[in-house]
Design a protein around this ligand. Structure first.
Ligand SMILES: *Cc1c(COP(=O)(O)O)cnc(C)c1O
Length: 370
């Protein structure tokens, strides 16, 4: 009955797999310890300034938040050099991906993205009836720039690229990005999802996308978020920088009126002001990522290149089966289910204790499945 009521586009839409939370896993398996390594959260948490900013919040909860996040957009403008009128904030950057789909896609529109892809880069376009074409990574799990150029030449309405990519972690370098921009149709909307920007920005070759795109006569958006390196995933705030105020205005038409709540706006402003904490988090992450890669490779497992706070790992087993065994031991990872990648899973970089728990559970799981 309800299937007949729903728009036909919904029939082709998978449900986003958000994974289980810590409390659910503890309850399901009767565990006391859980290592949540499935959602690329930052286990070192936000700046201590966030706690101070949230103190006394209850006195303000009866007021609606600032609808356009004006103070936060001003702070982001000062930080990035992009005028505040070209910045829009959302309830996480996933909300901005949704707005992009709603504002720019109609049934039959073509969206190009990477394969394997971040689920929402596919789900929201499908919601609008768009056709999603995925351009696979190469055999060594890098962006296939010639294939991208060829496919871009065949036309697209929206081009969605996460850089570094999720789930693979690979980085599209400055020359590669310039080559893609050059091949992209002038009337296509280019979307660079830089959710892991803070981790990748010091990697050799990581493009200064704002500088590259500023020279372009075309519509573009660069997305960033407070959910990952800034440690605010639970509060939901992300933002987009647009090629023009007019483009930001199109997104403003489709967004909900008060997408970013009072706590999230305060917290994001405080987090943005603490560069020392951000540097600490990034340094810890890169150090633990190297240790995690070494431990996985020592076990004969293949890891894709990563410029982000996770590793994409291949095993000989179906990833969903492996993840189920890990889950029963209190370790949450994200198994991949896209065709061709069913033996791959994504694991977030954690604290040393979390990574130790993961490796112990992994050894047991590999033995159980052997
Ligand atoms: C985590 C992630 C997001 C979602 O970020 P939110 O701001 O929490 O919605 C968006 N894009 C990519 C590629 C991500 O990995």
């Amino acid at each position: 009955m309800s299937a007949a009521l729903a728009r036909p586009e919904l029939a082709a839409m998978p449900l986003y797999n958000a994974g289980l939370g810590e409390a659910a896993v503890r309850a399901r398996y009767g565990l006391t310890q859980v290592a949540k390594l499935g959602s690329n959260e930052n286990p070192w948490g936000p700046s201590p300034a966030v706690g101070e900013a949230l103190a006394g919040l209850s006195a303000e909860t009866w007021l609606y938040p600032d609808a356009s996040c004006a103070p936060l957009r001003e702070a982001l403008a000062a930080r990035t050099g992009v005028a505040a009128e070209r910045i829009i904030c959302g309830n996480g950057s996933e909300h901005i991906i949704e707005m992009i789909a709603e504002a720019f896609l109609t049934p039959g529109s073509t969206v190009l993205t990477l394969g394997p892809c971040f689920g929402l880069h596919e789900i929201y376009p499908l919601m609008m009836g768009a056709h999603v074409r995925k351009i696979p990574v190469t055999g060594v799990l890098e962006f296939d720039v010639p294939a991208w150029r060829e496919t871009l030449g065949q036309g697209a309405r929206v081009v969605m690229i996460s850089n570094p990519s999720n789930p693979v972690g690979c980085l599209l370098d400055e020359a590669g990005l310039a080559a893609l921009i050059d091949a992209a149709p002038k009337d296509a909307l280019l979307v660079l999802d830089e959710a892991y920007y803070e981790y990748a920005r010091h990697e050799p070759g990581y493009p200064d996308s704002l500088r590259l795109l500023a020279a372009q006569e075309r519509p573009w958006l660069v997305l960033r978020t407070f959910s990952k390196a800034y440690g605010l995933a639970g509060l939901r705030v992300g933002y987009a920088m647009a090629s023009s105020a007019a483009l930001a205005g199109q997104l403003n038409k489709v967004r909900t009126p008060f997408p970013v709540n009072v706590a999230a706006q305060r917290a994001a402003l405080a987090a943005l002001g603490d560069d020392a904490h951000l540097a600490y988090v990034v340094a810890q992450t890169l150090q633990n990522r190297a240790a995690l890669r070494e431990a996985l490779e020592a076990r004969g497992l293949r890891c894709a290149p990563s410029a982000a706070n996770f590793l994409y790992v291949s095993t000989k087993h179906p990833a969903t089966a492996l993840a189920e065994v890990l889950l029963s031991r209190g370790v949450i990872v994200k198994p991949w289910t896209e065709p061709g990648y069913e033996s791959w899973f994504r694991v977030s970089v954690g604290t040393e204790a979390m990574q130790e728990m993961f490796l112990t559970a992994l050894d047991a799981a590999l033995e159980a499945l052997a």
